[in-house]
Design a protein around this ligand. Structure first.
Ligand SMILES: [Zn+2]
Length: 572
């Protein structure tokens, strides 16, 4: 559970163009007609979405996964105990998730999620075996008696089967490491955690804490999230690894890493740092993973203490590039600087550090501690964390290098659709959420134009929302309130429209003056910007109405400070 913003966030049902929303009924196993709100797609193939070119049309699965319907909103997650046995030979999982929740409204039904490839063996409340209905990835669980508002209930959800591998990182993969040993890993942000375990698979609600118990063939290690409580030899060839997570956690952050890991540890002050790698990578991992300390120091400088101190910080080798699993960051960046050995932003800065350690661990602050409440607002994870990379560069090497690093993001932005996607439909935002999100934050720093104030805003925003699930509106409201400025049109232009603001400069026939205004989608868009020449910048305050200023610079000489402002410029 996360308080504050989440509690006042009513489920938002946006009405996208071309979709018809209706309440439809389906037959349940008990013959009742539930009032599950469904959204039906009128003419899926004919839809054209203004401002959303390239966004996938949501399927029924997406509707059920993405919306925060009444059978999700009627309860509040408190705790999971995922207790499973993983069979590497059969490539199967068997076990249960104990799900504790508090009812927010009286009800007889809740919605959970589990991929259709997995079997539901039984769902138990006390002595009652509960009825359930599956609908694509959703599992609607029915209770024989009304669950009462304010009461806490705990159910055991037993499941088994062979989870399917899907998505960029596989969701869950049953692989062999390069030496041919068992290597099983999860990375399911894109596909959803219910690809391999039953949970309330959405972003708005989180448990307050979690236990993860994973039985694996003895000799193998499971590294999951949180603090290692211990391991128990089960006497049947399996050993159970017990991990305890002391904080709210995103479902997709919950992870398995099962392999022939070797472990070493270190400390940063009181914070335990634990590292798990394949045996042959032990020596080369040590100098690379030493970067973790400097990374944590940098982010603590800007935002405050590492958010999951009781769980410690871990880096775990995995067969994909990396993932921000909370307190258990997975790493597959070849023990090289840059991104897979390449210069990530192409300007000579990223070869100085390991991109995966710096980026994925940055998510501990933005993504894991401060979390988005909807996929559509995922820039709160990725735009922020991409900006954090530049803060790491600034902390280590100064602002000039940070600006140079950020400038490398410009060619990566496409500006084809808005960063904030459609809510409640499991939407995947455009990749612009990373680079454009970071460039927007860098621009806002220049708009605020007072670094002491900017650092206070960053830290304050993080501290205000840590351990919570928020929406874009929450970030904007915080910045407006604490900057004393109306930054809404600026945020909206960068986040809710495809195009960035374009500064239009019009030089007259006679030298000595220039007219200027913003071309932007936001009607009240106004943003200061620096123009002139390097070293001799002058701040002007364009709006969407023409203004003029005197200048001795010609059309070819007058520059715009594009290092500090991510804008387009047109000259005529
Ligand atoms: Zn990321």
């Amino acid at each position: 559970m996360r308080y504050d913003t989440r509690m006042r966030l009513a489920p938002q049902i946006a009405l996208p163009i071309g979709l018809v929303y209706a309440f439809i009924c389906c037959q349940t196993s008990s013959g009742q007609q539930p009032s599950t709100p469904q959204k039906i797609d009128e003419k899926p193939k004919a839809q054209v979405r203004p401002n959303d070119a390239g966004a996938a049309i949501p399927t029924r699965f997406d509707m059920l996964r993405g919306s925060y319907g009444p059978f999700r909103a009627n309860n509040d997650l408190l705790y999971y105990h995922l207790d499973i046995r993983v069979d590497p030979e059969q490539k199967t999982i068997r076990g249960k998730n104990t799900i504790r929740f508090r009812m927010l409204h009286d009800g007889t039904r809740i919605q959970l999620d589990l991929d259709e490839a997995l079997s539901i063996d039984k769902i138990i409340l006390g002595n009652d075996s509960l009825k359930f209905e599956r609908d694509t990835g959703a599992v609607f669980v029915d209770f024989p008696r009304t669950l009462r508002t304010g009461q806490v209930y705990s159910i055991d959800f037993y499941y088994s089967g062979h989870p399917k591998e899907t998505g960029r990182f596989g969701g869950i993969t049953f692989k062999k490491d390069p030496a041919g040993r068992t290597w099983i890993n999860t990375a399911c942000e894109e596909t959803g955690a219910s690809i391999w375990w039953p949970n309330k698979d959405q972003w708005r609600d989180e448990v307050e804490s979690m236990d993860i118990s994973v039985a694996v063939p003895s000799g193998l290690t499971d590294v999951s999230n949180g603090h290692l409580l211990g391991k128990t030899d089960l006497g049947d060839g399996y050993t159970r690894w017990d991990w305890h997570v002391s904080y709210p956690i995103n479902n997709y952050d919950v992870s398995l890493n099962i392999g022939d890991y070797v472990h070493y540890s270190d400390k940063l002050g009181d914070l335990p740092l634990d590292f798990y790698v394949l045996p042959e990578d032990l020596e080369r991992s040590k100098p690379q993973f030493a970067q973790a300390k400097g990374m944590i120091e940098a982010y603590q400088h800007y935002f405050g203490p590492y958010p999951f101190a009781k769980d410690g910080y871990k880096l775990i080798e995995a067969p994909y590039s990396g993932m921000e699993h909370q307190s258990a960051v997975t790493y597959g960046n070849l023990f090289k600087n840059g991104y897979m050995g390449r210069d990530w932003t192409g300007v000579g800065i990223s070869p100085r550090f390991d991109f995966i350690i710096i980026h994925e661990s940055g998510h501990e602050w933005f993504g894991n501690a401060v979390s988005a409440a909807d996929h559509a607002d995922m820039w709160i994870h990725e735009g922020w964390t991409t900006y954090l990379e530049s803060l790491y560069v600034e902390y280590r090497w100064g602002k000039d290098d940070a600006l140079k690093y950020l400038s490398g993001y410009r060619p990566k932005v496409h500006n084809l659709r808005p960063i904030v996607a459609e809510r409640d439909v499991n939407a995947d935002p455009t990749e612009d959420q990373y680079f454009k999100g970071a460039l927007m934050l860098n621009t806002l720093r220049s708009v605020v134009n007072d670094d002491a104030k900017w650092w206070a805003l960053l830290r304050g925003c993080y501290q205000r929302f840590k351990y919570q699930n928020i929406l874009t509106e929450d970030v904007i409201a915080y910045f407006n309130l604490h900057s004393g400025m109306n930054l809404t049109p600026i945020f909206n232009q960068y986040l809710r429209h495809a195009a960035i603001p374009r500064l239009e400069l019009m030089f007259g026939e006679a030298p000595g003056s220039v007219m200027y205004k913003w071309n932007a989608d936001e009607p009240s868009f106004a943003m200061p910007v620096r123009v002139g020449m390097q070293g001799h910048w002058q701040t002007i305050h364009p709006t969407t109405k023409w203004q003029s200023m005197k200048t001795s610079l010609t059309k070819d000489e007058l520059q715009v400070d594009l290092d500090h402002f991510y804008v387009d410029v047109s000259r005529q």
